[in-house]
Design a protein. Sequence first.
Length: 248
Amino acid sequence: RHALPIVNTNRTVGATLSHELVKRWGEEGLPDDTIRFQLTGSAGQSFGAFLARGVTLELEGDANDYVGKGLSGGRLIVRPPKTATFPAEENIIVGNVVLYGATRGHAFFRGRAAERFAVRNSGAWAVVEGVGDHGCEYMTGGRVVVLGATGRNFAAGMSGGIAYVWDPDATFLTRCNLGMVELERVETDEDIAELFELIEQHRDCTGSTVAARVLDAWPGILRQFVKVMPIDYKRVLMARKAAMEATT
C-alpha cells in the first residue's frame, strides 16, 4: 500500500505498472487488492487506463477524461476530499468517456461523471452518482448502476450488459434511447441481490451518503429503480436458460 500525491500532468497512471504485471503474471494478473495506491489530488487524463487485475487505485480528489479506459480487471475508487463542503452527488468528479472500452474490473465514483460514461464497456462493473449525455452508449457487457440523474440519449446502441438507474422522479424514460433496449422493474431475486451488492460496495469503498440513504430505504426503494435491458441480449439469455433447463 502506497500513499502519493497526484497532479493533472500525471497521465495514464497505472498503465505502465499494468503492462509490467501482465508481462510477469499473464492476463489474469494478481489477486484483487495485491497492490493498492492511495492518491490525493487531481489526476490527469486516462487515470487507471488498462488497469490490470490485482491493482487498486483509490483517489481522493477528482480526475479528468478517459478514467478507466480499457480497464482490464483492476479496481478504481474516486471520491471527493474528506474536507469538501459540497454535495458529492451534485458535482462532477470524473470527466468524459469514463470506462471507454473497459473489459473487466470494478469502478466506484462518489459523484457525477460527465458525458459518454461507459461507452463500449464490455465487462466492467461500475457505480456512479449521475452521468451526462450518451451514457452506456454502445455498451456490450458488464453492469452500470447510476444513483442519480442521467443526460439524454442513454443506452443508444446498447447491445449487452445491464444498467440500473435510480429514477425517483420518474423522468428517465424521456432521456433513454429505446432503440435497442427496454425498461423493466428490478424484481428477480438475482437482480435485487446484484444491485444491492453493488450499492453496498459503493458505500463501503467511497463513503457515499447517497448509497447509504438508498440502503437504509431498502427494499421499499426498489420500485424507484429502472432496469435497462438490451432486447437482443435478453433474448439470448432466455434461450440459454431454456437450453440449460432442458438438459437438467
